[in-house]
Design a protein around this ligand. Structure first.
Ligand SMILES: *[C@@H]1O[C@H](CO)[C@@H](O)[C@H](O)[C@H]1NC(C)=O
Ligand SMILES: *[C@@H]1O[C@H](CO)[C@@H](O)[C@H](O)[C@H]1NC(C)=O
Ligand SMILES: *[C@@H]1O[C@H](CO)[C@@H](O)[C@H](O)[C@H]1NC(C)=O
Length: 367
């Protein structure tokens, strides 16, 4: 199923890029990527950088004399590209740059895709957020060959298909394993969940514990990495579901709360910045509705079961705001007061379950 969704997403990206018209209805098209490219410290990544000598790589190597290969540190046959040799070695990605000797055509035959620095087709953007002149674009690591999971482009450059730049730079970007979506707050901070997981089908690897990460957008530095408690992450596959984050704040920047839906194991993690503490809530409204799970998208039939997917806050001007949320697979929108979410012990109250309400029901005609 994930493969099908991936294909659909890529089709969307391709379709949107082949329109010559830069107007879509009343909207002006700003970006349209056919396939993502990267700009890493001024070096353009515009096509695959892999180490395996597949047929197509061989063909490409014949066509192009200056091809740069990326390779793991443990390879002895390392030859640094002249382009990179003058760079500070600390900024070189873990998958070092490597140019095979033409005299050794078999070098690298024993390596697999996990060594690839860039496999263009695998780079699927999933989160996009504009803050001022920058647009942050996240590429979760659900396949091999993703050079940087958190990136940005500058809006004022007005390039149609701009290259992504690692945020804040390739060195700091290396501390992030995989990010689905970011959320900026009114205090110049960019929040996200680093799932810590290389979500490779059939070979997932928890590289580091899942954590909330905050960057200060004024200084472009990381100001927080809060590792979730064990109780927040009840199952090994929970990190795959930490795909979004929502911030609730009164006037005071220091007392922000973050809400992280867990769409895989159906919960809601709340983090208090002031208390530097987190807790996990459950409610049956966080689950998917099996009646809504049969999907047919562009001729593809499949069942899906994502639970609570995203949250939005309605400011009330009073102490308690309203949080609206919905499972992806559901016909309902639900509501709960942020005062319930922000109260560490509210879940112990006998009326906790009734503090949530159905705010909207989508009526669909069935065939
Ligand atoms: C690919 O290589 C990595 C190490 O680079 C290794 O952990 C993994 O098991 C290999 N996978 C296969 C299928 O050989
Ligand atoms: C927040 O709490 C974690 C333990 O859960 C701790 O490791 C970290 O240092 C704390 N951060 C701050 C800023 O107090
Ligand atoms: C938090 O919830 C508990 C349990 O319902 C309640 O006793 C307590 O007064 C609440 N705290 C606040 C600050 O609302």
């Amino acid at each position: 199923m994930a493969v099908k969704l991936l294909i659909l997403l890529q089709l969307c990206v391709i379709v949107s890029s082949i329109q010559d018209d830069r107007k879509v209805g009343r909207l002006t098209e700003v970006f349209a990527w056919k396939q993502l490219t990267y700009d890493i410290d001024g070096v353009a990544l515009t096509q695959d950088r892999v180490t395996s000598f597949e047929q197509n790589a061989l063909l490409r190597r014949k066509r192009q004399s200056d091809l740069v290969y990326f390779k793991n540190e443990y390879m002895d046959e390392r030859i640094w590209s002249e382009k990179y040799s003058r760079m500070d070695s600390r900024v070189i990605p873990r998958w070092n740059l490597y140019r095979p000797k033409p005299s050794q055509p078999n070098v690298g035959t024993n390596v697999n895709q996990s060594d690839a620095f860039f496999i263009q087709y695998n780079n699927v953007p999933m989160g996009v957020e504009r803050v001022g002149d920058r647009v942050f674009i996240t590429v979760p690591r659900r396949r091999y060959g993703i050079p940087s999971t958190l990136n940005y482009v500058e809006l004022n450059q007005r390039e149609r298909s701009p290259a992504l730049k690692p945020y804040p730079d390739i060195r700091q970007a290396r501390s992030l394993t995989s990010v689905y979506r970011t959320r900026a707050d009114q205090c110049g901070r960019l929040w996200m969940v680093d799932t810590g997981l290389l979500e490779i089908p059939a070979n997932p690897q928890q590289v580091q514990p899942p954590a909330i990460v905050i960057f200060d957008l004024n200084t472009d530095t990381q100001i927080l990495r809060y590792q979730f408690k064990d109780e927040d992450i009840p199952a090994a596959n929970t990190p795959t579901g930490l795909a979004s984050i929502t911030i609730d704040m009164q006037s005071d920047c220091a007392s922000a709360y973050a809400y992280i839906p867990d769409l895989t194991t159906f919960g809601l993690i709340v983090y208090s910045l002031k208390d530097n503490d987190s807790w996990r809530l459950s409610h049956s409204y966080f689950h998917f509705n099996p009646i809504a799970g049969n999907l047919n998208i562009a001729g593809q039939n499949f069942q899906w079961n994502d639970g609570i997917f995203s949250i939005t806050i309605k400011q009330t001007g009073r102490e308690c705001n309203t949080a609206y949320f919905h499972p992806l697979i559901s016909f309902h929108e639900f509501a709960v007061s942020t005062c319930v979410l922000n109260n560490k012990t509210a879940i112990q109250a006998s009326n906790y379950w009734s503090l949530y309400s159905v705010s909207m029901k989508i009526l669909l005609a069935y065939r």
